[in-house]
Design a protein around this ligand. Sequence first.
Ligand code: COA
Length: 260
Amino acid sequence: MEYKNLTTKKREGLGFIVVNRPEKLNALNNETIRELRQAFVAFRDDLEVKAIVLTGSGEKAFVAGADISELSKLDSAQGKQYALEGQELTKLIESFKKPVIAAINGYALGGGTEMALACHIRVASENAKMGQPEVKLGLIPGFGGTQRLARLVGKGKAMELILSGKTIDAKEAYEIGLVNCVVPLQELLPRCETMAKEAIANAPLALEFAIESINKGLDKTLEEGLHLEADYFGKACSTEDSKEGTRAFLEKRKANFRGQ
Ligand code: COA
C-alpha cells in the first residue's frame, strides 16, 4: 500500500514502519495517525510478517509529538475525539499479536513517547530524547501517556516527567526503565532486527499468548492475573507448537514451529 507520510517494507519475516515527515520531525498529524493504523492492520493480516519494527525517518526524530498546528484548533469535544483516535492507534500497537519494537532514533516527545510506550520493546539510539511536554502547551498527554508511563516507570517518575514536561536523554530513559537498551544510532536498526528475529524464532502463538497475558494481567490483581496466566498456559499446551517445541528439546533438535 502507498502512504503519504509513512514508508513500509517487509524483509525476512519483519515488517518495518517508518514515519516519514522529516520536515516536521515526523510529528503525527491526523493523516499520519490514520495511515499508521492502516499499516499496522495490513501487517497484522500479513502472514509473512511475524514482528514489526517502528521508527522515524532521518537521524533527528522518532516522532516529535502530535502535530501542534492541529492541536491548536481543537475545542473540548474535538479534543476528546482526537485523544480517542490516537488511543485507538496506541491500543492497536499494544495489543498487537506479533512483537512490536520501537527503534527510537531521536526526539520521541509527547505522542512519540506515547507511541513508543505502546510498543512491546523500546530500543533507543544514544541521541534519543524523550518526554511528555504537553503541559508546556497547556495540555496533557492524550494518547495513553498518563496511563502507560506510570505503569512502566512507576507513578513517581511518571508524575515527575509529566508535571515538569522536561525532556530526558537516552541514558536517563534507560536508567528509569523507559527504554530497554541504548545503542549507537548506526546500530539501532540492526539491534532491533536482531531482537525481533530472536523473538520470532519462537512459537508465534506462544508470543501472542505471552503478550496478552502480560498486557491483560497488569490491569488485574495478582491473584486474577495468575488465573489469567494459567488460562493462557493451558491454551499454549493445546497448540501443536507446544508439542513440537517440547519434543524437539527432548530429541535434541531445533523446533519447527508452524504457528498452530
Ligand atoms: N508539531 C508540529 N510541528 C512540529 C512539531 C510538532 N509536534 N515538532 C516539530 N515540528 C516542526 C517545527 O515547527 C519545524 O517546522 P518549520 O520548519 O515549518 O517551522 C520543524 O518541525 C523542525 O522543528 P524545529 O523546532 O525547528 O527543530 P529544533 O531542532 O529547533 O527543535 C524540538 C526540535 C523537538 C525540540 C522542537 O521541534 C519541539 O519542541 N517540538 C515540539 C515537541 C512537542 O511539544 N511535542 C508534543 C506535542 S503534544
